[in-house]
Write a protein that binds this ligand. Structure first.
Ligand code: RP5
Length: 152
């Protein structure tokens, strides 16, 4: 498989079911990605190293999915100037409102593009990443146009 251009990071294996639409969308568009489990609070040093190394390897966009007050996407954004898209994971305690707030409410200067909670957000995270890539990739831009048509 060719080198990943999108790195998808999730905070726990338990996030996978909600993150799957993100991976499936990348696969539908044939955009290579890497999926990793790394956590802002459980593996902070490994996370920082992975984010810094990814940029050197040619990754263009990060997608970070986490639940609760884990602040994974913001932590990824702290270690890169590449775009970071956040997926707030739906949780059992607060239905993902906790995840939403910990992803969306970044202080000025370190942005995270926060999607909707759960599976819709996961799908949209991939589409948003593809829209960024499409700015300099005609093939992806054409596929996105066809995809948009298919929604009507
Ligand atoms: C977050 O804590 C993860 O992203 C996950 O959504 C949540 C619970 O993790 P587990 O206890 O299921 O591993 O960091």
């Amino acid at each position: 498989m060719s080198k990943p251009v999108i790195n998808i990071i999730m905070g726990s294996h338990s996030d996978l079911e909600q993150v799957r639409p993100c991976c499936q969308t990348c696969e539908e568009f044939k955009v290579p990605y890497e999926l990793k489990i790394l956590s802002a609070h459980r593996t902070p040093k490994r996370l920082a190293r992975f984010v810094e190394d990814s940029a050197k390897k040619g990754v263009k966009i990060f997608i970070a999915a986490a639940g609760g007050a884990a602040a994974l996407a913001g932590t990824v954004a702290a270690h890169t100037t590449l775009p970071v898209i956040g997926i707030p994971i739906r949780t059992s305690n607060l239905s993902g409102l906790d995840s939403l707030l910990s992803t969306v409410q970044m202080p000025a200067g370190v942005p995270v593009a926060c999607m909707a909670i759960g599976k819709s957000g996961a799908r949209n995270a991939a589409i948003f990443a593809l829209q960024i890539l499409a700015l300099s990739d005609k093939k992806i831009a054409n596929k996105l146009r066809a995809y948009k048509k298919s929604l009507s």
